[in-house]
Design a protein around this ligand. Structure first.
Ligand SMILES: [Zn+2]
Length: 397
């Protein structure tokens, strides 16, 4: 059940996937420049699928097989399911690449795959193509498997595996076409509304709203099946619904964030503060004179008016008490090489990307070589919340 939920664009840094909730994954191979990884949860699914096929499906469909054969067939079928989901995701990724988007990795996890695209399609037509090719791929695999199943009359084991692959890919294709964002069908719906209205945000709200309706229906259906004694299938369906509901909500929040960020620059959120230490200031002095009075979490270090580094609360904390009087900040600061600065006219989105990429809490703002203030993660979030509360970036613009 692949959902192709794209990760939020935060440019650069490959380790980002580890930070975005998709940690605990094992890298398998690189295909066409795309890293393919499996989330550890997939190993559990692999075991469950193999088990349910070996004890349920194969004994029923191929009664003449031995238990060992059933387990081998179960394992093969589970691997083919894995390959099917991978092909579905690769199709998304290759079309995205062909349309100029950067694709870094595919992670196969508990409910399917996630293609880690850097950024979203800039045009509705491109989004449509990237989304639709996944289900189409699943349908093509289903058709090929079905043909094999029909042709394998004298080989019931091959026939049983091929039938399973055909059915599961048919289901994958259909499920992904359900018009709820961030499923492929939701992306198709979004691209159509986006193309018709020219308004990405409204299109996302609509598609995510329908995604949430689908998600709640799935959860209800799952509970209904549990109540009717079909516990495993019920929990399974409800879990997918719950996952979808989260994904729809997150996608919507990300789009809302993007809408706001697109209109702002660093100057809109700058904390005008040119207080700075000099490289020879000691750690004790920085704490006494700069950190405590303004409750600052970071202090820029300036040499002759020029920013040369930044020292943060955690840098200061790491210096043992007895050494604080004698250690100059130049020894512990993130120096010029590691110093990332922005200017007042830098788009806020670029600043947010830099904050996320470096896992910084703040960046010094420099204007014509001179330190003019800081932009902090907390200030950015507060500003965005206020703008959203006041509806300043209105839905219809
Ligand atoms: Zn897909």
């Amino acid at each position: 059940m692949s959902t192709a939920a794209r990760q939020q664009p935060v440019s650069g840094a490959p380790p980002r996937s580890e930070r975005s909730g998709l940690g605990n994954s094992l890298r398998l191979v690189t295909i066409g420049g795309i890293d393919v990884a499996v989330h550890v949860s997939w190993l559990v699914i692999f075991g469950l699928v193999t088990w349910s096929l070996a004890t349920g499906y194969f004994p029923q469909i191929v009664p003449e097989s031995t238990a060992t054969q059933d387990w081998i067939l179960g394992g093969i079928a589970a691997l083919l399911l894995f390959a099917s989901v991978l092909l579905h995701e690769l199709a998304h990724s290759f079309v995205a690449k062909a349309r100029g988007l950067d694709v870094r990795s595919i992670t196969l996890f508990i409910f399917g795959g996630v293609s880690n695209l850097a950024g979203e399609a800039k045009k509705p037509g491109v989004e449509f193509q990237i989304a639709i090719v996944g289900p189409l791929t699943s349908f093509v695999i289903a058709a090929v498997a079905f043909a094999i199943a029909v042709a394998s009359e004298g080989a019931p084991m091959i026939g049983a595996v091929a039938t399973y692959v055909a059915v599961i890919n048919g289901l994958l294709g259909v499920f992904n076409l359900v018009p709820g964002f961030p499923l492929d069908g939701g992306r198709v719906l979004r691209s159509i509304v986006w193309s018709a209205t020219g308004n990405l945000r409204r299109a996302t709200e609509l598609a995510a709203g329908s995604g949430q309706v689908v998600a709640w229906l799935m959860m209800l259906w799952g509970f209904w099946r549990v109540l009717n004694g079909d516990v495993l299938a019920g929990i399974w369906i409800a879990a997918i619904g719950w996952f979808l509901q989260n994904a729809a909500q997150t996608s919507l929040q990300q789009t809302v964030l993007e809408t706001h960020l697109r209109r702002l620059r660093v100057a809109d959120v700058i904390r005008p503060d040119s207080t700075a230490a000099s490289p020879s200031t000691t750690v004790a002095e920085v704490i006494e004179q700069f950190v405590l009075p303004g409750a600052r979490r970071a202090v820029p270090v300036v040499d002759g008016g020029r920013p040369v580094g930044i020292v943060t609360l955690s840098d200061l904390r790491d210096v043992p008490l007895e050494a604080r009087e004698s250690t100059p900040v130049s020894q512990i600061m993130a120096g010029p090489d590691a110093l990332v600065t922005v200017t007042p006219v830098t788009p806020l989105r670029t600043a947010v990307e830099a904050l996320a990429e470096g896992e910084f809490d703040q960046l010094p703002v420099v204007d014509e070589g001179r330190l003019v203030g800081l932009v902090t993660r907390g200030d950015v979030m507060r500003l965005l919340q206020i703008r959203e509360a006041l509806d300043l970036d209105g839905r219809d613009r």
